[in-house]
Design a protein around this ligand. Sequence first.
Ligand code: 5GP
Ligand code: ZN
Length: 111
Amino acid sequence: MSDCIFCKIVAGEIPSRKVYEDGDLVAFHDVNPAAPVHFMIVPKEHIASLEECRARHEMLLGRILLLAPVLAKELGLNDGFKTVINTGKGGGQLVFHLHVHVLGGDKLAHV
Ligand code: 5GP
Ligand code: ZN
Protein backbone atom coordinates (compact mmCIF):
# COMPACT_ATOMS: atom_id res chain seq x y z
CA MET A 1 0.00 0.00 0.00
CA SER A 2 1.72 3.16 -1.20
CA ASP A 3 0.43 5.56 1.47
CA CYS A 4 0.91 3.19 4.42
CA ILE A 5 3.62 4.26 6.86
CA PHE A 6 4.39 0.70 8.01
CA CYS A 7 4.64 -0.55 4.41
CA LYS A 8 7.21 2.23 3.91
CA ILE A 9 9.11 1.06 7.00
CA VAL A 10 8.98 -2.54 5.70
CA ALA A 11 10.34 -1.32 2.34
CA GLY A 12 13.09 0.70 4.07
CA GLU A 13 11.71 3.97 2.65
CA ILE A 14 11.24 5.35 6.18
CA PRO A 15 13.96 4.66 8.76
CA SER A 16 13.16 2.70 11.89
CA ARG A 17 15.05 1.11 14.78
CA LYS A 18 14.60 -2.52 13.76
CA VAL A 19 14.89 -5.26 16.34
CA TYR A 20 14.06 -8.22 14.08
CA GLU A 21 13.41 -9.10 10.45
CA ASP A 22 12.67 -12.27 8.50
CA GLY A 23 10.86 -13.07 5.27
CA ASP A 24 7.40 -12.45 6.71
CA LEU A 25 7.81 -10.20 9.74
CA VAL A 26 9.60 -7.12 10.95
CA ALA A 27 9.82 -5.68 14.46
CA PHE A 28 10.89 -2.13 15.31
CA HIS A 29 10.79 0.30 18.23
CA ASP A 30 7.78 2.60 18.52
CA VAL A 31 8.77 6.18 17.64
CA ASN A 32 6.64 7.43 20.55
CA PRO A 33 7.22 4.82 23.25
CA ALA A 34 4.62 4.31 25.99
CA ALA A 35 7.05 2.29 28.14
CA PRO A 36 10.83 1.97 28.56
CA VAL A 37 10.73 -0.87 26.02
CA HIS A 38 8.04 -0.54 23.34
CA PHE A 39 8.32 -2.20 19.99
CA MET A 40 5.92 -3.53 17.38
CA ILE A 41 5.81 -6.77 15.45
CA VAL A 42 4.43 -6.21 11.96
CA PRO A 43 3.70 -8.58 9.07
CA LYS A 44 5.38 -7.50 5.84
CA GLU A 45 2.10 -8.13 4.02
CA HIS A 46 -0.23 -5.16 4.22
CA ILE A 47 -3.17 -6.31 6.32
CA ALA A 48 -5.15 -3.32 7.55
CA SER A 49 -6.15 -4.71 10.94
CA LEU A 50 -7.08 -7.82 12.88
CA GLU A 51 -10.55 -7.47 11.37
CA GLU A 52 -9.07 -8.09 7.92
CA CYS A 53 -7.36 -11.33 8.96
CA ARG A 54 -8.64 -14.54 7.45
CA ALA A 55 -7.95 -18.23 7.91
CA ARG A 56 -4.95 -17.97 5.58
CA HIS A 57 -3.31 -15.63 8.11
CA GLU A 58 -3.47 -18.19 10.91
CA MET A 59 0.21 -19.13 10.63
CA LEU A 60 1.32 -15.49 10.38
CA LEU A 61 -0.63 -14.53 13.50
CA GLY A 62 0.79 -17.49 15.37
CA ARG A 63 4.31 -16.57 14.34
CA ILE A 64 3.83 -12.98 15.57
CA LEU A 65 2.66 -14.17 18.99
CA LEU A 66 5.44 -16.73 19.31
CA LEU A 67 8.02 -14.10 18.38
CA ALA A 68 6.85 -11.65 21.07
CA PRO A 69 8.37 -13.43 24.11
CA VAL A 70 11.60 -14.19 22.22
CA LEU A 71 12.18 -10.52 21.34
CA ALA A 72 10.96 -9.34 24.75
CA LYS A 73 13.65 -11.48 26.40
CA GLU A 74 16.28 -10.23 23.94
CA LEU A 75 15.41 -6.67 24.92
CA GLY A 76 15.76 -7.43 28.61
CA LEU A 77 12.13 -7.89 29.61
CA ASN A 78 12.78 -10.77 31.98
CA ASP A 79 9.86 -9.95 34.26
CA GLY A 80 7.09 -10.17 31.65
CA PHE A 81 5.59 -7.83 29.08
CA LYS A 82 2.29 -6.56 27.73
CA THR A 83 0.96 -7.19 24.23
CA VAL A 84 -1.64 -4.88 22.68
CA ILE A 85 -3.50 -5.02 19.36
CA ASN A 86 -5.62 -1.95 18.67
CA THR A 87 -8.29 -2.74 16.09
CA GLY A 88 -10.29 -0.14 14.19
CA LYS A 89 -11.08 3.44 15.15
CA GLY A 90 -13.08 2.28 18.15
CA GLY A 91 -10.09 0.27 19.33
CA GLY A 92 -7.77 3.26 19.11
CA GLN A 93 -5.95 2.07 15.99
CA LEU A 94 -3.98 4.90 14.38
CA VAL A 95 -1.91 3.04 11.79
CA PHE A 96 -4.01 0.75 9.61
CA HIS A 97 -1.38 -1.91 9.02
CA LEU A 98 -1.68 -4.80 11.47
CA HIS A 99 0.80 -4.64 14.35
CA VAL A 100 1.22 -6.12 17.79
CA HIS A 101 2.64 -3.75 20.42
CA VAL A 102 5.03 -5.26 22.97
CA LEU A 103 5.65 -3.11 26.05
CA GLY A 104 7.53 -3.51 29.30
CA GLY A 105 10.20 -2.32 31.65
CA ASP A 106 7.98 -0.38 33.99
CA LYS A 107 4.67 -0.64 35.82
CA LEU A 108 2.07 -0.58 33.06
CA ALA A 109 -1.57 0.37 33.34
CA HIS A 110 -3.70 -2.71 33.77
CA VAL A 111 -6.18 -3.38 30.94
P1 5GP B 1 -1.88 2.05 16.90
O1 5GP B 1 -2.69 3.04 17.70
O2 5GP B 1 -2.24 2.09 15.44
O3 5GP B 1 -1.96 0.68 17.50
O4 5GP B 1 -0.39 2.50 17.10
C1 5GP B 1 0.43 2.99 16.09
C2 5GP B 1 1.78 3.21 16.71
O5 5GP B 1 2.70 3.49 15.67
C3 5GP B 1 1.85 4.40 17.68
O6 5GP B 1 2.25 3.93 18.96
C4 5GP B 1 2.88 5.33 17.05
O7 5GP B 1 3.73 5.92 18.01
C5 5GP B 1 3.64 4.41 16.12
N1 5GP B 1 4.16 5.06 14.93
C6 5GP B 1 3.50 5.92 14.11
N2 5GP B 1 4.30 6.32 13.10
C7 5GP B 1 5.49 5.70 13.29
C8 5GP B 1 6.73 5.73 12.57
O8 5GP B 1 6.90 6.39 11.55
N3 5GP B 1 7.75 4.97 13.06
C9 5GP B 1 7.60 4.21 14.21
N4 5GP B 1 8.67 3.52 14.60
N5 5GP B 1 6.46 4.17 14.90
C10 5GP B 1 5.41 4.91 14.45
ZN1 ZN C 1 0.87 -1.31 5.08
